[in-house]
Design a protein around this ligand. Structure first.
Ligand code: WTA
Length: 667
């Protein structure tokens, strides 16, 4: 008699010893990319390889003759003498090809509502909104803010902006109205598209009303378009504010897509960096669309006739821009948009959606996988997940156990997993398996994609073939950021000043193994990654010190089992302020108001002083050691070494307080 095959935890333990996971013969046989020679071909002449992608995958109004222009490096330009329109490439050409009735999005609302939106329907709404915006004086080059929940109108809003060449600036719905204001102000947004309210786990929260106070005196903001979405109280200011449905109803239905220069800015997206001021990352038209269209097809082995694609990210992050909206729509495929939380109405809602819409490609963040793992395999077990054929992860390193849980419980050991490494700045996926070719290893993003050159450097800029180092990209690529909005000096300084001309500094550390696979270890700068959400220590510190009782604050990231990293704040109170427990809640609330709930510190530790060098610089490495319970070791460079012992004691006391349930990520 044979013993039964091990299951669940035992199976995962067993698989931990498996060195790698090649694609099955059946998967490889049908894969979009099945010939390993593609890497070689792209490496020999990357410019031609990218130019071929740009020509094959996109429709150009004026074909380009120039590929890469590096005459003003690092301000690279791609396909610069070509023109095209992104909304044409995402809508019109599919409708013209007879695919107007194809569902672009199955939208699933958090109360179970369902709406299918076809390519033809979206094209009709996009044209009306584009005309509505034009009638309000928004034209080519004018920035439009978008602050919307995960409702279909967010896609219409983005594509309407693209249609008329108005760069959009989407602000993640989890950011506070104060953060919205800051992002609209620095980008001088002329219009804002928002909603009356948002819904989360059965509750309705007013959005427009909350934003109003923050943006009231913004001189540049001439129009606020409001989607009626949640029946929340919503004051409207005559002259400035207009309902989305009224604007569409009154607009001309025809708005031809205007050809844009390939280098015309498609959008700005603010992202956290090393300082308190977020960076306005600028992406342009032709290169960006080439990058996302190519990677959606190749990395996800997408067949638009067959697949149903679901990327769970919020459109407020780059993952949502590239793999909810632009990549899938450029390929003309059917996707899912889900408005709600992964545990509402119950913890099986994601798997319910996979079953209901026969999702075949599923792309999410490691934090979400770890949360599902904690909730237990009984939730996915309630549903038929046999439609799944490929799984993906993004946003943070994935630990091998979570990878194997995903592989066994969700993928039934049938689906390849693509661990995709990239950034807001890179626009599209850079390091990832190609699922029909690559033998994957749990925890490794494997190799740079064709046309991408990545390397590891030591601190002095010497290349490292094997071992640990600093990740860099050594050649420009079409979907790279072009600059930081109105801050070209910071662009050069942040990304191109570390290792000499042409070398893009990523900000991540990584290791390369004997097979040449990359293992990303995480940020090496002051960026925190909580649940795949990118935040800045400096921005949180600046929010904390803006509170009247705070004299000084040092914020660091500590590793966290569920969220990857968590925020720890060492706070020095002003003399005379009593360190009461209630004050911690007040400070968390204060951070939520300044930035957003996602930036609230998980632990606040009262500190009389924080470790500083003799020149006054906070030594974050020591704080991280203390927060993670390690011995900080050599502290001879400290101004006052006794500070460490006190902090260790204070940290140990805080850790005795049980932590609340961590928020799950939405990316
Ligand atoms: C991290 C998200 C390990 C990394 C698309 C990067 C990852 C930052 C991975 C960018 C991955 C993203 N493995 N780490 N597969 N993907 N990261 O700009 O630290 O929100 O620099 O873009 O997330 O975050 P961003």
């Amino acid at each position: 008699m044979s013993t039964p095959a091990p299951q669940g935890e035992d199976r995962i333990e067993l698989l931990l010893a498996t060195p790698d996971f090649p694609p099955s013969a059946a998967f490889a046989a049908q894969a979009e990319v099945a010939d390993a020679a593609i890497y070689e071909r792209a490496a020999v002449d990357p410019d031609t390889w990218w130019a071929d992608q740009a020509r094959q995958r996109l429709d150009w109004d004026t074909p380009f003759t120039e590929v890469l222009d590096d005459s003003d490096a690092p301000f690279y330009r791609w396909f610069a003498d070509g023109t095209l329109n992104v909304s044409y490439n995402c809508l019109d050409r599919h409708v013209e090809a007879g695919l107007g009735d194809r569902v672009a999005f199955h939208w699933h609302g958090e109360e179970g509502e369902q709406r299918d939106l076809t390519y033809a329907e979206l094209l009709a709404d996009v044209q009306r909104l584009a005309n509505g915006l034009k009638a309000r004086g928004v034209g080519k080059g004018d920035v439009v803010g978008i602050y919307l929940p995960m409702i279909p109108e967010v896609v219409v809003a983005m594509l309407a902006c693209a249609r008329i060449g108005a760069p959009h600036n989407v602000v993640f719905g989890g950011f506070s109205p104060t953060a919205v204001r800051e992002r609209l102000e620095v980008s001088a947004a002329k219009a804002l598209i928002t909603a009356d309210g948002g819904r989360r786990k059965g509750k309705t929260v007013p959005v427009k009303q909350a934003v109003d106070e923050a943006v009231d005196d913004l001189a540049s903001l001439q129009t606020i378009v409001v989607v009626r979405s949640a029946d929340a109280p919503c004051p409207m200011r005559a002259g400035r504010d207009v309902w989305y449905h009224d604007l569409l109803a009154g607009a001309d239905p025809h708005c031809p897509a205007e050809p844009m220069e390939a280098e015309h800015p498609l959008f700005l997206l603010y992202s956290s960096g090393s300082t308190a001021k977020p960076k306005g990352i600028v992406h342009t038209t032709g290169g960006y669309l080439t990058g996302v269209a190519t990677t959606t097809a190749t990395v996800f082995d997408l067949d638009p006739e067959r697949d149903v694609f679901w990327c769970t990210a919020d459109v407020g992050w780059i993952t949502g821009h590239s793999y909810v909206v632009y990549g899938p729509m450029a390929n003309g495929c059917t996707s899912v948009i889900y408005e709600g939380a992964p545990d509402y109405p119950d913890k099986d809602i994601w798997w319910d959606i996979v079953e209901r819409y026969r999702v075949s490609i599923f792309y999410t963040a490691p934090t979400a996988i770890r949360a599902c793992m904690k909730w237990g395999a009984q939730y996915p077990a309630k549903h038929d997940l046999s439609s799944l054929r490929l799984l993906g992860t993004v946003g943070e390193p994935i630990n091998p156990k979570a990878w194997l849980w995903y592989h066994t419980v969700i993928g039934a050991e049938r689906c390849p997993i693509v661990d995709t490494w990239w950034q807001t700045e890179t626009g599209s996926i850079m390091i990832s398996p190609l699922p029909g070719l690559t033998a994957t290893k749990p925890g490794s993003a494997t190799r740079p994609l064709p046309g991408v050159s990545a390397a590891l450097f030591d601190e002095a800029g010497g290349p490292i073939e094997q071992g640990s180092g600093v990740l860099v990209l050594t050649r420009p690529w079409p979907s790279m950021l072009r600059t930081l909005y109105k801050d070209p000096d910071r662009f050069v300084q942040t990304y191109f000043s570390q290792f000499g001309p042409g070398v893009y500094f990523v900000g991540d550390g990584a290791r390369r193994d004997e097979d040449g696979y990359f293992w990303i270890t995480g940020r090496i700068d002051d960026v925190i990654n909580v649940s795949g959400h990118r935040l800045s220590t400096a921005e949180i510190e600046s929010a904390l010190v803006a509170h009247p009782v705070v004299a000084e604050a040092a914020v660091i990231a500590a590793s966290d089992e569920l969220t990857g990293q968590s925020i720890v704040a060492y706070v020095t109170l002003r003399a005379g302020t009593a360190a009461e427990p209630a004050l911690k809640e007040a400070l968390r609330q204060h951070v939520a108001e300044r930035i957003g709930k996602l930036a609230r510190p998980k632990r606040i530790i009262w500190a009389d002083d924080v470790p500083k060098t003799r020149s006054g610089k906070i030594m974050r490495r020591l704080l991280r050691d203390i927060a993670e319970g390690r011995d900080p070791g050599d502290a001879t460079t400290l101004r006052d070494a006794s500070v460490l012992t006190k902090l260790q004691q204070a940290t140990a006391q805080v850790d005795q307080v049980p932590a609340g349930a961590p928020e799950t990520g939405n990316a």
